[in-house]
Design a protein around this ligand. Structure first.
Ligand code: NAD
Length: 491
Protein backbone atom coordinates (compact mmCIF):
# COMPACT_ATOMS: atom_id res chain seq x y z
CA UNK A 1 0.00 0.00 0.00
CA UNK A 2 2.88 2.36 0.86
CA UNK A 3 4.14 1.84 -2.68
CA UNK A 4 0.78 2.81 -4.15
CA UNK A 5 0.65 5.95 -2.02
CA UNK A 6 3.85 7.25 -3.60
CA UNK A 7 2.51 6.96 -7.15
CA UNK A 8 2.45 10.04 -9.37
CA UNK A 9 -0.95 11.74 -9.36
CA UNK A 10 -0.62 14.82 -11.51
CA UNK A 11 0.64 15.45 -15.02
CA UNK A 12 4.18 16.50 -15.81
CA UNK A 13 4.36 19.89 -17.51
CA UNK A 14 7.20 22.41 -17.65
CA UNK A 15 9.44 20.40 -15.35
CA UNK A 16 6.97 19.85 -12.50
CA UNK A 17 3.99 17.85 -11.34
CA UNK A 18 0.80 19.69 -12.21
CA UNK A 19 -2.23 18.93 -10.08
CA UNK A 20 -5.94 18.53 -10.48
CA UNK A 21 -7.71 21.89 -10.71
CA UNK A 22 -11.16 20.29 -10.95
CA UNK A 23 -10.18 17.63 -13.49
CA UNK A 24 -11.69 14.16 -13.30
CA UNK A 25 -9.36 11.50 -11.91
CA UNK A 26 -9.67 8.19 -13.81
CA UNK A 27 -8.91 5.04 -11.84
CA UNK A 28 -6.02 2.84 -12.97
CA UNK A 29 -6.68 -0.88 -12.44
CA UNK A 30 -4.39 -3.82 -11.74
CA UNK A 31 -5.34 -6.30 -14.52
CA UNK A 32 -4.48 -9.24 -12.23
CA UNK A 33 -7.02 -8.29 -9.57
CA UNK A 34 -9.26 -5.64 -11.08
CA UNK A 35 -8.41 -3.44 -8.07
CA UNK A 36 -7.91 0.29 -8.37
CA UNK A 37 -4.20 0.96 -7.82
CA UNK A 38 -3.91 4.61 -8.76
CA UNK A 39 -5.53 7.46 -10.61
CA UNK A 40 -4.68 9.68 -13.55
CA UNK A 41 -6.10 13.07 -14.37
CA UNK A 42 -8.15 13.56 -17.48
CA UNK A 43 -6.35 16.40 -19.18
CA UNK A 44 -7.78 18.19 -22.19
CA UNK A 45 -7.16 21.16 -24.46
CA UNK A 46 -6.00 23.48 -21.65
CA UNK A 47 -3.35 21.06 -20.40
CA UNK A 48 -2.18 20.34 -23.96
CA UNK A 49 -1.92 24.11 -24.52
CA UNK A 50 0.21 24.50 -21.40
CA UNK A 51 2.46 21.57 -22.35
CA UNK A 52 2.91 22.78 -25.94
CA UNK A 53 3.74 26.31 -24.69
CA UNK A 54 6.37 24.88 -22.36
CA UNK A 55 7.79 22.59 -25.08
CA UNK A 56 7.91 25.53 -27.51
CA UNK A 57 9.85 27.69 -25.07
CA UNK A 58 12.21 24.79 -24.32
CA UNK A 59 12.74 24.11 -28.03
CA UNK A 60 14.44 27.49 -28.50
CA UNK A 61 17.18 26.47 -26.06
CA UNK A 62 17.28 22.69 -26.54
CA UNK A 63 17.60 22.82 -30.33
CA UNK A 64 20.53 25.25 -30.15
CA UNK A 65 22.44 23.40 -27.45
CA UNK A 66 25.55 21.51 -28.63
CA UNK A 67 24.32 18.09 -29.73
CA UNK A 68 26.83 16.32 -27.50
CA UNK A 69 25.43 18.22 -24.49
CA UNK A 70 21.95 16.95 -25.39
CA UNK A 71 23.42 13.47 -25.62
CA UNK A 72 25.01 13.77 -22.17
CA UNK A 73 21.71 14.83 -20.61
CA UNK A 74 19.95 11.92 -22.30
CA UNK A 75 22.61 9.46 -21.06
CA UNK A 76 22.14 10.85 -17.54
CA UNK A 77 18.37 10.46 -17.85
CA UNK A 78 18.77 6.83 -18.99
CA UNK A 79 21.16 6.09 -16.10
CA UNK A 80 18.67 7.54 -13.62
CA UNK A 81 15.94 5.23 -14.94
CA UNK A 82 18.32 2.27 -14.69
CA UNK A 83 18.98 3.07 -11.04
CA UNK A 84 15.24 2.81 -10.32
CA UNK A 85 14.59 -0.12 -12.59
CA UNK A 86 13.14 -2.49 -9.98
CA UNK A 87 10.59 0.01 -8.65
CA UNK A 88 9.62 1.04 -12.18
CA UNK A 89 9.20 -2.60 -13.22
CA UNK A 90 6.86 -3.17 -10.28
CA UNK A 91 4.85 -0.12 -11.27
CA UNK A 92 4.68 -1.25 -14.90
CA UNK A 93 3.48 -4.71 -13.87
CA UNK A 94 0.92 -3.17 -11.55
CA UNK A 95 -0.75 -1.02 -14.20
CA UNK A 96 -0.11 -3.12 -17.32
CA UNK A 97 -0.34 -6.67 -15.98
CA UNK A 98 2.76 -8.15 -17.64
CA UNK A 99 5.00 -10.59 -15.74
CA UNK A 100 7.65 -8.82 -13.67
CA UNK A 101 10.41 -10.41 -15.77
CA UNK A 102 8.92 -8.90 -18.91
CA UNK A 103 8.44 -5.52 -17.22
CA UNK A 104 12.12 -5.56 -16.29
CA UNK A 105 13.07 -6.47 -19.85
CA UNK A 106 10.87 -3.69 -21.20
CA UNK A 107 12.53 -1.10 -18.99
CA UNK A 108 16.00 -2.38 -19.88
CA UNK A 109 15.05 -1.90 -23.52
CA UNK A 110 13.80 1.58 -22.69
CA UNK A 111 17.19 2.47 -21.22
CA UNK A 112 19.00 0.87 -24.18
CA UNK A 113 16.99 2.86 -26.72
CA UNK A 114 17.50 6.19 -24.95
CA UNK A 115 21.25 5.47 -24.65
CA UNK A 116 21.39 4.33 -28.28
CA UNK A 117 20.03 7.66 -29.53
CA UNK A 118 22.00 9.67 -26.98
CA UNK A 119 25.11 8.06 -28.51
CA UNK A 120 24.08 9.34 -31.93
CA UNK A 121 24.48 12.92 -30.69
CA UNK A 122 28.13 12.67 -31.73
CA UNK A 123 27.31 11.49 -35.24
CA UNK A 124 24.56 13.77 -36.51
CA UNK A 125 25.31 14.68 -40.13
CA UNK A 126 24.08 16.84 -42.96
CA UNK A 127 25.25 17.11 -46.57
CA UNK A 128 27.70 19.03 -48.74
CA UNK A 129 27.41 19.37 -52.51
CA UNK A 130 30.50 20.81 -54.21
CA UNK A 131 30.62 22.92 -57.40
CA UNK A 132 26.96 23.74 -57.87
CA UNK A 133 28.31 26.22 -60.36
CA UNK A 134 31.60 28.06 -60.61
CA UNK A 135 31.54 29.81 -57.29
CA UNK A 136 28.91 28.07 -55.27
CA UNK A 137 28.47 24.97 -53.19
CA UNK A 138 25.43 23.58 -51.44
CA UNK A 139 24.83 22.55 -47.86
CA UNK A 140 22.02 20.30 -46.73
CA UNK A 141 21.03 21.07 -43.18
CA UNK A 142 18.96 18.68 -41.10
CA UNK A 143 16.86 20.82 -38.84
CA UNK A 144 14.64 19.65 -35.98
CA UNK A 145 10.91 19.99 -36.50
CA UNK A 146 9.90 21.69 -33.25
CA UNK A 147 7.39 20.29 -30.75
CA UNK A 148 6.59 16.62 -31.34
CA UNK A 149 3.46 14.94 -29.97
CA UNK A 150 3.98 11.30 -28.95
CA UNK A 151 0.85 9.15 -28.56
CA UNK A 152 1.49 5.76 -27.01
CA UNK A 153 -0.67 2.64 -26.38
CA UNK A 154 -0.85 0.45 -23.28
CA UNK A 155 0.94 -2.71 -24.41
CA UNK A 156 4.54 -1.42 -24.14
CA UNK A 157 4.06 1.98 -22.51
CA UNK A 158 7.77 2.68 -22.04
CA UNK A 159 9.61 1.18 -25.03
CA UNK A 160 7.15 2.74 -27.46
CA UNK A 161 7.80 6.06 -25.74
CA UNK A 162 11.59 5.59 -25.95
CA UNK A 163 11.28 4.97 -29.70
CA UNK A 164 9.99 8.54 -30.02
CA UNK A 165 11.86 10.23 -27.17
CA UNK A 166 15.31 9.06 -28.39
CA UNK A 167 15.35 10.25 -32.01
CA UNK A 168 13.19 13.32 -31.27
CA UNK A 169 15.36 14.70 -28.49
CA UNK A 170 18.77 13.93 -29.90
CA UNK A 171 17.95 15.88 -33.06
CA UNK A 172 16.79 18.89 -31.01
CA UNK A 173 13.00 18.51 -30.83
CA UNK A 174 10.98 18.73 -27.62
CA UNK A 175 8.18 16.35 -26.71
CA UNK A 176 4.63 16.26 -25.37
CA UNK A 177 3.68 12.66 -24.59
CA UNK A 178 0.14 11.32 -24.17
CA UNK A 179 0.24 7.85 -22.61
CA UNK A 180 -2.69 5.44 -22.84
CA UNK A 181 -5.43 6.18 -20.32
CA UNK A 182 -4.91 2.82 -18.60
CA UNK A 183 -1.08 2.98 -18.29
CA UNK A 184 -0.08 6.54 -17.34
CA UNK A 185 1.80 5.90 -14.10
CA UNK A 186 5.17 4.54 -15.25
CA UNK A 187 5.46 7.30 -17.85
CA UNK A 188 4.75 9.97 -15.24
CA UNK A 189 7.31 8.48 -12.88
CA UNK A 190 9.89 8.41 -15.69
CA UNK A 191 9.22 12.10 -16.38
CA UNK A 192 9.93 12.88 -12.73
CA UNK A 193 13.14 10.84 -12.81
CA UNK A 194 14.30 12.50 -16.03
CA UNK A 195 13.72 15.92 -14.53
CA UNK A 196 15.67 15.10 -11.37
CA UNK A 197 18.47 13.78 -13.59
CA UNK A 198 18.77 17.20 -15.23
CA UNK A 199 16.54 17.20 -18.30
CA UNK A 200 15.54 20.87 -18.65
CA UNK A 201 11.92 21.89 -18.01
CA UNK A 202 9.65 21.65 -21.04
CA UNK A 203 11.84 19.26 -23.03
CA UNK A 204 9.67 16.30 -22.02
CA UNK A 205 6.07 16.84 -20.88
CA UNK A 206 3.40 14.28 -20.10
CA UNK A 207 -0.31 15.03 -20.40
CA UNK A 208 -2.61 12.24 -19.27
CA UNK A 209 -6.19 11.86 -20.45
CA UNK A 210 -8.56 10.28 -22.90
CA UNK A 211 -7.61 9.78 -26.52
CA UNK A 212 -10.68 11.63 -27.73
CA UNK A 213 -9.81 14.66 -25.59
CA UNK A 214 -6.12 15.02 -24.68
CA UNK A 215 -4.99 12.96 -27.71
CA UNK A 216 -7.25 14.80 -30.10
CA UNK A 217 -6.16 18.22 -28.75
CA UNK A 218 -2.51 17.25 -29.26
CA UNK A 219 -3.09 16.08 -32.84
CA UNK A 220 -4.98 19.24 -33.78
CA UNK A 221 -2.72 21.72 -31.96
CA UNK A 222 -1.23 24.24 -34.42
CA UNK A 223 1.94 24.52 -32.31
CA UNK A 224 2.78 20.83 -32.76
CA UNK A 225 4.97 20.06 -35.79
CA UNK A 226 4.66 16.29 -35.86
CA UNK A 227 2.68 13.44 -34.36
CA UNK A 228 4.41 10.13 -33.69
CA UNK A 229 1.50 7.75 -33.12
CA UNK A 230 1.55 4.11 -32.05
CA UNK A 231 -1.78 2.37 -31.66
CA UNK A 232 -4.61 0.74 -33.53
CA UNK A 233 -5.17 1.15 -37.26
CA UNK A 234 -8.67 2.50 -36.57
CA UNK A 235 -7.40 5.39 -34.42
CA UNK A 236 -4.33 5.84 -36.66
CA UNK A 237 -6.58 6.58 -39.64
CA UNK A 238 -8.44 9.16 -37.60
CA UNK A 239 -5.17 10.75 -36.41
CA UNK A 240 -3.98 10.94 -40.02
CA UNK A 241 -7.11 12.83 -41.06
CA UNK A 242 -7.04 15.15 -38.04
CA UNK A 243 -3.33 15.93 -38.51
CA UNK A 244 -4.04 16.93 -42.10
CA UNK A 245 -5.87 20.04 -40.86
CA UNK A 246 -2.57 21.60 -39.86
CA UNK A 247 -0.47 19.64 -42.44
CA UNK A 248 1.49 18.00 -39.65
CA UNK A 249 4.08 15.38 -40.32
CA UNK A 250 3.12 12.01 -38.90
CA UNK A 251 4.46 8.54 -38.38
CA UNK A 252 1.95 5.77 -37.79
CA UNK A 253 2.98 2.53 -36.09
CA UNK A 254 -0.26 0.57 -36.24
CA UNK A 255 -1.64 -2.92 -35.89
CA UNK A 256 -0.24 -6.11 -37.36
CA UNK A 257 -1.12 -9.72 -38.06
CA UNK A 258 2.36 -11.11 -38.46
CA UNK A 259 2.71 -14.44 -40.25
CA UNK A 260 5.29 -17.07 -39.37
CA UNK A 261 6.18 -19.82 -41.86
CA UNK A 262 7.68 -23.14 -40.79
CA UNK A 263 9.20 -25.01 -43.75
CA UNK A 264 9.81 -28.75 -44.05
CA UNK A 265 13.54 -28.31 -43.39
CA UNK A 266 13.08 -26.01 -40.37
CA UNK A 267 14.75 -26.46 -37.02
CA UNK A 268 11.42 -27.41 -35.47
CA UNK A 269 12.47 -26.90 -31.85
CA UNK A 270 13.72 -23.39 -32.56
CA UNK A 271 10.52 -22.63 -34.48
CA UNK A 272 8.31 -23.93 -31.67
CA UNK A 273 10.15 -21.79 -29.14
CA UNK A 274 9.89 -18.69 -31.36
CA UNK A 275 6.18 -19.29 -31.97
CA UNK A 276 5.42 -19.75 -28.27
CA UNK A 277 7.38 -16.74 -27.10
CA UNK A 278 6.37 -14.76 -30.19
CA UNK A 279 2.67 -15.34 -29.57
CA UNK A 280 2.38 -15.39 -25.78
CA UNK A 281 4.94 -12.76 -24.71
CA UNK A 282 3.05 -9.89 -23.05
CA UNK A 283 -0.04 -12.12 -23.15
CA UNK A 284 -0.13 -11.85 -26.94
CA UNK A 285 -0.51 -8.08 -26.84
CA UNK A 286 2.42 -7.10 -29.02
CA UNK A 287 2.28 -5.48 -32.42
CA UNK A 288 5.07 -7.84 -33.53
CA UNK A 289 3.51 -10.97 -32.04
CA UNK A 290 3.19 -14.07 -34.21
CA UNK A 291 -0.49 -13.91 -35.12
CA UNK A 292 -0.82 -16.40 -37.98
CA UNK A 293 1.19 -19.59 -38.28
CA UNK A 294 1.67 -21.51 -41.55
CA UNK A 295 3.33 -24.92 -41.23
CA UNK A 296 4.44 -27.24 -44.02
CA UNK A 297 2.61 -30.55 -44.18
CA UNK A 298 5.86 -32.55 -43.70
CA UNK A 299 6.56 -31.14 -40.21
CA UNK A 300 3.01 -30.22 -39.20
CA UNK A 301 2.34 -33.09 -36.77
CA UNK A 302 5.70 -32.83 -35.04
CA UNK A 303 5.47 -29.04 -34.83
CA UNK A 304 1.92 -28.98 -33.47
CA UNK A 305 2.66 -31.65 -30.88
CA UNK A 306 5.69 -29.77 -29.57
CA UNK A 307 3.86 -26.44 -29.66
CA UNK A 308 1.03 -27.93 -27.63
CA UNK A 309 3.46 -29.29 -25.03
CA UNK A 310 5.27 -25.97 -24.71
CA UNK A 311 2.04 -23.96 -24.56
CA UNK A 312 0.73 -26.26 -21.83
CA UNK A 313 3.74 -25.39 -19.68
CA UNK A 314 3.01 -21.64 -19.66
CA UNK A 315 2.24 -20.86 -16.06
CA UNK A 316 -0.65 -18.41 -15.75
CA UNK A 317 -0.73 -15.99 -12.84
CA UNK A 318 -0.38 -12.41 -11.65
CA UNK A 319 2.54 -10.53 -13.14
CA UNK A 320 3.91 -9.82 -9.67
CA UNK A 321 4.64 -13.55 -9.14
CA UNK A 322 8.16 -14.22 -10.50
CA UNK A 323 7.05 -17.72 -11.59
CA UNK A 324 4.35 -16.35 -13.93
CA UNK A 325 4.93 -16.77 -17.65
CA UNK A 326 1.51 -15.61 -18.84
CA UNK A 327 -0.09 -12.68 -17.03
CA UNK A 328 -3.63 -11.38 -17.44
CA UNK A 329 -4.94 -9.67 -20.57
CA UNK A 330 -4.66 -5.93 -20.00
CA UNK A 331 -8.40 -5.22 -19.71
CA UNK A 332 -11.70 -7.00 -19.56
CA UNK A 333 -12.68 -5.27 -22.80
CA UNK A 334 -9.60 -6.59 -24.60
CA UNK A 335 -10.26 -10.09 -23.24
CA UNK A 336 -13.81 -9.98 -24.60
CA UNK A 337 -12.56 -9.08 -28.07
CA UNK A 338 -10.26 -12.12 -28.08
CA UNK A 339 -13.06 -14.35 -26.73
CA UNK A 340 -15.35 -13.21 -29.54
CA UNK A 341 -12.68 -13.83 -32.18
CA UNK A 342 -12.03 -17.34 -30.85
CA UNK A 343 -15.76 -18.14 -30.61
CA UNK A 344 -16.31 -17.03 -34.20
CA UNK A 345 -13.42 -19.22 -35.40
CA UNK A 346 -14.82 -22.24 -33.54
CA UNK A 347 -18.33 -21.61 -34.93
CA UNK A 348 -16.78 -21.51 -38.38
CA UNK A 349 -15.22 -24.96 -37.99
CA UNK A 350 -11.80 -24.38 -36.38
CA UNK A 351 -10.52 -27.12 -34.07
CA UNK A 352 -9.61 -26.07 -30.51
CA UNK A 353 -6.26 -27.62 -29.62
CA UNK A 354 -5.67 -25.80 -26.33
CA UNK A 355 -7.28 -23.17 -24.10
CA UNK A 356 -10.24 -21.26 -25.46
CA UNK A 357 -11.50 -20.22 -22.04
CA UNK A 358 -10.77 -18.34 -18.84
CA UNK A 359 -8.66 -20.32 -16.35
CA UNK A 360 -10.61 -21.74 -13.44
CA UNK A 361 -9.87 -21.05 -9.78
CA UNK A 362 -10.54 -18.38 -7.25
CA UNK A 363 -7.20 -16.65 -7.81
CA UNK A 364 -8.19 -15.92 -11.40
CA UNK A 365 -11.75 -14.73 -10.84
CA UNK A 366 -11.19 -11.00 -10.38
CA UNK A 367 -8.43 -10.55 -12.97
CA UNK A 368 -8.65 -10.58 -16.77
CA UNK A 369 -6.99 -13.94 -17.37
CA UNK A 370 -7.40 -16.07 -20.49
CA UNK A 371 -5.77 -19.40 -21.28
CA UNK A 372 -3.18 -19.61 -24.05
CA UNK A 373 -5.21 -20.78 -27.00
CA UNK A 374 -4.28 -22.79 -30.10
CA UNK A 375 -6.69 -23.08 -33.03
CA UNK A 376 -6.27 -25.37 -36.03
CA UNK A 377 -7.52 -24.69 -39.56
CA UNK A 378 -9.81 -21.72 -38.90
CA UNK A 379 -11.74 -20.59 -41.98
CA UNK A 380 -9.74 -18.41 -44.32
CA UNK A 381 -12.24 -15.58 -43.91
CA UNK A 382 -12.57 -15.97 -40.13
CA UNK A 383 -11.80 -13.06 -37.83
CA UNK A 384 -8.62 -14.72 -36.51
CA UNK A 385 -7.35 -14.92 -40.09
CA UNK A 386 -8.36 -11.44 -41.22
CA UNK A 387 -8.21 -9.26 -38.10
CA UNK A 388 -5.45 -8.53 -35.65
CA UNK A 389 -5.70 -10.92 -32.67
CA UNK A 390 -4.37 -8.85 -29.78
CA UNK A 391 -4.29 -11.49 -27.07
CA UNK A 392 -3.17 -15.06 -26.35
CA UNK A 393 -4.76 -16.97 -29.24
CA UNK A 394 -2.85 -18.45 -32.18
CA UNK A 395 -4.42 -19.81 -35.37
CA UNK A 396 -2.40 -22.45 -37.24
CA UNK A 397 -2.78 -23.67 -40.82
CA UNK A 398 -1.16 -26.39 -42.94
CA UNK A 399 0.44 -25.30 -46.19
CA UNK A 400 1.63 -27.41 -49.11
CA UNK A 401 4.56 -25.45 -50.51
CA UNK A 402 6.48 -22.21 -50.53
CA UNK A 403 4.22 -20.30 -52.91
CA UNK A 404 1.13 -21.19 -50.91
CA UNK A 405 2.85 -20.15 -47.66
CA UNK A 406 3.87 -16.77 -49.09
CA UNK A 407 0.45 -16.16 -50.65
CA UNK A 408 -1.35 -16.97 -47.40
CA UNK A 409 1.09 -14.85 -45.39
CA UNK A 410 0.51 -11.90 -47.74
CA UNK A 411 -3.29 -12.20 -47.59
CA UNK A 412 -3.47 -9.75 -44.67
CA UNK A 413 -4.17 -6.04 -45.00
CA UNK A 414 -1.40 -5.58 -42.43
CA UNK A 415 2.34 -5.69 -43.06
CA UNK A 416 4.35 -5.18 -39.90
CA UNK A 417 6.57 -8.19 -39.18
CA UNK A 418 6.98 -11.68 -40.64
CA UNK A 419 9.20 -14.67 -40.06
CA UNK A 420 10.33 -17.91 -41.67
CA UNK A 421 12.13 -20.96 -40.37
CA UNK A 422 14.10 -22.84 -43.03
CA UNK A 423 17.61 -24.13 -43.76
CA UNK A 424 17.18 -23.39 -47.47
CA UNK A 425 19.01 -20.19 -48.38
CA UNK A 426 16.95 -19.72 -51.53
CA UNK A 427 13.67 -19.97 -49.63
CA UNK A 428 14.96 -17.58 -46.95
CA UNK A 429 16.09 -14.97 -49.48
CA UNK A 430 12.97 -15.33 -51.52
CA UNK A 431 10.79 -14.89 -48.41
CA UNK A 432 12.70 -11.75 -47.44
CA UNK A 433 11.93 -10.30 -50.86
CA UNK A 434 8.33 -11.47 -51.21
CA UNK A 435 6.78 -11.06 -47.73
CA UNK A 436 4.88 -7.78 -47.53
CA UNK A 437 6.18 -6.49 -44.22
CA UNK A 438 8.56 -4.00 -42.69
CA UNK A 439 10.57 -6.79 -41.03
CA UNK A 440 11.42 -10.41 -41.88
CA UNK A 441 13.15 -12.60 -39.32
CA UNK A 442 14.86 -15.70 -40.70
CA UNK A 443 15.33 -18.50 -38.14
CA UNK A 444 15.11 -15.87 -35.44
CA UNK A 445 12.88 -14.84 -32.57
CA UNK A 446 10.75 -11.85 -33.58
CA UNK A 447 12.83 -9.35 -31.67
CA UNK A 448 13.22 -5.71 -32.76
CA UNK A 449 16.64 -4.08 -32.62
CA UNK A 450 17.49 -0.44 -32.00
CA UNK A 451 19.97 -0.73 -34.86
CA UNK A 452 17.40 -1.71 -37.53
CA UNK A 453 14.55 0.44 -38.87
CA UNK A 454 11.17 -0.76 -37.67
CA UNK A 455 7.73 -0.01 -39.09
CA UNK A 456 4.99 -1.26 -41.33
CA UNK A 457 3.58 -1.32 -44.82
CA UNK A 458 -0.09 -1.41 -45.82
CA UNK A 459 -2.47 -0.83 -42.93
CA UNK A 460 0.33 -1.28 -40.41
CA UNK A 461 1.24 2.34 -41.07
CA UNK A 462 4.27 4.19 -42.37
CA UNK A 463 7.42 5.88 -41.19
CA UNK A 464 10.16 4.13 -39.27
CA UNK A 465 11.29 3.98 -35.67
CA UNK A 466 14.68 2.57 -34.57
CA UNK A 467 17.83 2.68 -36.67
CA UNK A 468 19.53 5.77 -37.96
CA UNK A 469 16.51 5.99 -40.30
CA UNK A 470 14.33 7.21 -37.42
CA UNK A 471 16.31 10.48 -37.42
CA UNK A 472 14.86 11.27 -40.86
CA UNK A 473 11.41 11.33 -39.30
CA UNK A 474 12.38 13.95 -36.72
CA UNK A 475 14.30 16.34 -38.98
CA UNK A 476 13.59 18.28 -42.13
CA UNK A 477 16.22 19.03 -44.75
CA UNK A 478 16.99 22.57 -45.72
CA UNK A 479 19.13 23.47 -48.70
CA UNK A 480 21.61 26.31 -48.47
CA UNK A 481 23.57 27.78 -51.39
CA UNK A 482 26.85 29.39 -50.40
CA UNK A 483 28.50 31.79 -52.84
CA UNK A 484 31.52 34.06 -52.50
CA UNK A 485 30.44 37.63 -51.75
CA UNK A 486 32.78 39.26 -54.28
CA UNK A 487 31.79 37.32 -57.41
CA UNK A 488 29.26 38.66 -59.97
CA UNK A 489 26.68 36.07 -61.00
CA UNK A 490 25.35 35.77 -64.57
CA UNK A 491 21.76 36.65 -63.63
P1 NAD B 1 -5.56 2.77 -29.53
O1 NAD B 1 -5.41 3.18 -30.94
O2 NAD B 1 -6.88 2.55 -28.97
O3 NAD B 1 -4.85 3.85 -28.56
C1 NAD B 1 -3.53 4.27 -28.74
C2 NAD B 1 -3.35 5.67 -28.18
O4 NAD B 1 -4.12 6.57 -28.97
C3 NAD B 1 -3.82 5.84 -26.74
O5 NAD B 1 -2.92 6.68 -26.05
C4 NAD B 1 -5.16 6.53 -26.92
O6 NAD B 1 -5.53 7.30 -25.81
C5 NAD B 1 -4.87 7.40 -28.12
N1 NAD B 1 -6.08 7.85 -28.84
C6 NAD B 1 -7.28 7.26 -28.92
N2 NAD B 1 -8.14 8.02 -29.63
C7 NAD B 1 -7.46 9.11 -30.04
C8 NAD B 1 -7.78 10.24 -30.82
N3 NAD B 1 -9.01 10.45 -31.31
N4 NAD B 1 -6.83 11.15 -31.06
C9 NAD B 1 -5.58 10.98 -30.57
N5 NAD B 1 -5.21 9.94 -29.81
C10 NAD B 1 -6.14 9.01 -29.55
O7 NAD B 1 -4.62 1.50 -29.42
P2 NAD B 1 -4.49 0.50 -28.20
O8 NAD B 1 -5.65 -0.40 -28.20
O9 NAD B 1 -4.17 1.28 -26.97
O10 NAD B 1 -3.15 -0.29 -28.62
C11 NAD B 1 -3.13 -1.48 -29.29
C12 NAD B 1 -2.83 -1.28 -30.76
O11 NAD B 1 -1.55 -0.68 -30.93
C13 NAD B 1 -2.75 -2.60 -31.51
O12 NAD B 1 -3.43 -2.48 -32.73
C14 NAD B 1 -1.25 -2.77 -31.75
O13 NAD B 1 -0.93 -3.60 -32.83
C15 NAD B 1 -0.83 -1.37 -31.94
N6 NAD B 1 0.61 -1.26 -31.74
C16 NAD B 1 1.42 -1.01 -32.81
C17 NAD B 1 2.80 -0.94 -32.65
C18 NAD B 1 3.71 -0.64 -33.79
O14 NAD B 1 4.84 -0.23 -33.53
N7 NAD B 1 3.30 -0.79 -35.04
C19 NAD B 1 3.35 -1.15 -31.39
C20 NAD B 1 2.50 -1.45 -30.33
C21 NAD B 1 1.12 -1.49 -30.51
Amino acid sequence: MAFVETLPRGMFIDGRDVGGGGLTATPVHDPATGEVVGTALEGGAAEIDAAVASATAAFARWSRMPASARGELMHAAAAAVLSELDALAQLLTLEQGKPIREATLELQRFVHTVDHYAGMSKNLRGGYVPNLDHDAHGLILRRPLGVVGAIVPWNFPTTLLANKFGPALVTGNTLVAKPAETTPLTTLRIAQIFSTAGLPPGVFNVVTGLGAEAGEALVRHPGVAKIAFTGSTRVGRHVMAAAAETTKRITLELGGSDPMIVCEDANVDAAVKAATVGRFFNCGQACLAVKRLFVYEAVYDEFVEKLLARTGRLRIGPGSDPATLLGPVHSDRQRRVVEEQVAEALDGGAELLHGGKRPEGESFDAGFFYEPTLLLEAARDSRVATEEVFGPALPIWRVGDFDEAIDRANESVYGLGSSIFTRDLNAANSAAERLNAGYTWINSPQRPYDELPFGGVGQSGFGREHGIEALDHYTETKSVVVRRADVETER
